[in-house]
Write a protein that binds this ligand. Structure first.
Ligand code: ADP
Ligand code: ADP
Ligand code: MG
Length: 450
């Protein structure tokens, strides 16, 4: 096992990783930007190295500075968390060249999966069902229009390099297509520095169901069941639960086996997620693979009893998986609500500032993953997620009761949050019945405004 690990991230995920390392007796090195000098991850790690000014490109995306910090501190491995450099093949490659273990898959795998059009191609060759669409090169706008017409409206235009719900447009007709094509291209260029697009059939009222997998470096692979992530606002997840209320055991086994096949197709190593769209007729299609730990990983941990970050560390250090598929048992039900510093009254605009008062929920079956404390100043230059509330119960009903209780205890003074919005989701008939799709939240908000 590693003796010292550098965590190339900030916020709750950096804290989450530091905690796992500490329990395993691994020394930790935090990296921080100038604005994060007092941040919790900076304080909790055994060592902390400043890697530059606040803007991500100068610090958390600054590969040279992070690698220097790693070499100077003598850390043997880097955990990239999610976001930032976690899905950057260049960074993973540089780690290898510096003889530092990147805690994740090989850079070649990240590269294949990072281009979502390429990923579709590989999956098709491995008999993994993909959304009907076109992943070849699009010559120009006229060609794009032809492709859209061949697939048939409605279609979805997506950035090949996309992530975080960015660079996605829906088009129901030619006019919308031409507009969406232009804006998606511009957004992709601005967000990812790559304006390659691909076109897919828009699946009407789908559910987003994803499978967690773990693979070691010797070809052993297991899946840890699914997460239901259909509660989304602008293609970004807000609430997740596991298991999904709509999968029966037969479908779970079928999708799980296909998820493993998808991972093996790219010689996958470490923790990863296969995202599927699931339609009204129980058809499912590969959407993308996230080659990293996921924001919503705690719900899988709660129902399987497996600490995914510790498994990532074990796999990266060369250990074999300690369990087979038969050993994985799903027990109970878990829900996660993302708590963001944002203002639901004003189109959820980010709301940075000082947390003046803070009361964090607790009690049996409630887990909080966060990096905030009273007096903490939320910076303006990073993601607005400040905490994840995770509830666990023997049944779905129990998990819902606990989530309601936990969210109503959660008091954050000084900044606006979406806690009441999360609470309002829990009261809806659709959520209570466990049958909702990715269009539900936007429809709920339209009704509320009407
Ligand atoms: P998940 O699939 O784990 O739910 P999200 O899509 O919500 O992940 O993204 C996880 C985090 O990573 C978010 O903070 C998001 O802003 C960030 N993120 C996602 N994709 C990218 C990307 N390509 N570049 C930078 N940050 C990203
Ligand atoms: P990101 O990398 O930003 O997470 P995804 O490809 O995973 O992008 O898509 C984000 C979300 O957009 C999905 O969770 C789903 O709600 C919606 N979506 C993506 N592709 C389709 C599609 N073909 N039809 C309908 N909805 C889609
Ligand atoms: Mg996704």
């Amino acid at each position: 096992m590693f003796k010292k690990v550098l965590i190339a991230n900030r916020g709750e995920i950096a804290v989450r990783i530091i905690r796992a390392c500490r329990e395993m007796g691994i020394r930790t090195v935090a990296v921080y930007s100038e604005i994060d000098k007092e941040a919790l991850h900076t304080q909790l790690a055994d060592e902390a190295v400043c890697i530059g000014p606040a803007m991500p490109k100068d610090s958390y995306l600054n590969m040279a500075n992070i690698l220097s910090a790693c070499v100077l501190s003598g850390a043997e491995a880097i955990h990239p968390g999610f976001g930032f450099l976690s899905e950057n093949p260049k960074f993973a490659k540089m780690c290898r060249e510096c003889n530092i273990k990147f805690i994740g898959p090989d850079y070649e795998t990240i590269e294949y999966m990072g281009n979502k059009a390429k990923a579709r191609e590989i999956m098709k060759l491995s008999d993994v069902p993909v959304v009907p669409g076109y992943e070849g090169e699009i010559r120009d706008e006229k060609h794009a229009l032809e492709i859209a017409e061949n697939i048939g409206y409605p279609i979805m235009i997506k950035a090949a390099a996309g992530g975080g719900g960015k660079g996605i447009r829906i088009a129901y007709n030619e006019e919308e297509f031409l507009m969406g094509y232009k804006t998606a291209k511009a957004e992709a260029k601005a967000c990812f520095g790559d304006d390659t697009l691909y076109i897919e059939k828009f699946i009407q009222k789908p559910k987003h169901i994803e499978f967690q997998i773990l693979a070691d470096e010797y070809g052993n692979i297991v899946h840890l069941g699914e997460r239901e992530c259909s509660m989304q606002r602008k293609n970004q997840k807000v609430l997740e639960e596991a298991p999904s209320n709509v999968l029966n055991e037969e479908l779970r086994i079928k999708m799980g086996e296909i998820a493993k096949r998808a991972a093996l197709a790219v010689d996958y190593k470490n923790a990863g997620t296969i995202e599927f769209l699931f339609d009204k007729d129980n058809n499912f299609y590969f959407m993308e693979m996230n080659t990293r730990i996921q924001v919503e990983h705690p719900i899988t941990e709660m129902i399987t009893g497996i600490d995914l970050v510790k498994e990532q560390l074990r796999i990266a250090s060369g250990e074999k998986l300690r369990f087979t598929q038969d050993d994985i048992k799903i027990k109970g039900h878990a829900i996660e609500c993302r708590v963001n510093a944002e203002d639901p009254e004003h189109d959820f605009r980010p709301c940075p500032g000082v947390i003046e008062e803070l009361c964090v929920p607790g009690g049996m079956g409630v887990r909080i993953d966060s990096a905030i404390f009273a007096g903490y100043k939320i910076p303006h230059c990073y993601d607005s997620m400040i905490a994840k509330v995770i509830s666990f119960g023997n049944t779905r009903e129990e998990a819902i009761v606990k989530m309601n209780r936990a969210l109503s205890e959660f008091a954050v003074g000084g900044v606006k949050t979406n806690i009441d919005f999360d609470l309002s989701i829990l009261q809806t008939k659709e959520f209570l019945e466990g049958d909702y799709d990715t269009t539900f939240l936007s429809e709920m908000m339209v009704k509320k405004d009407a």
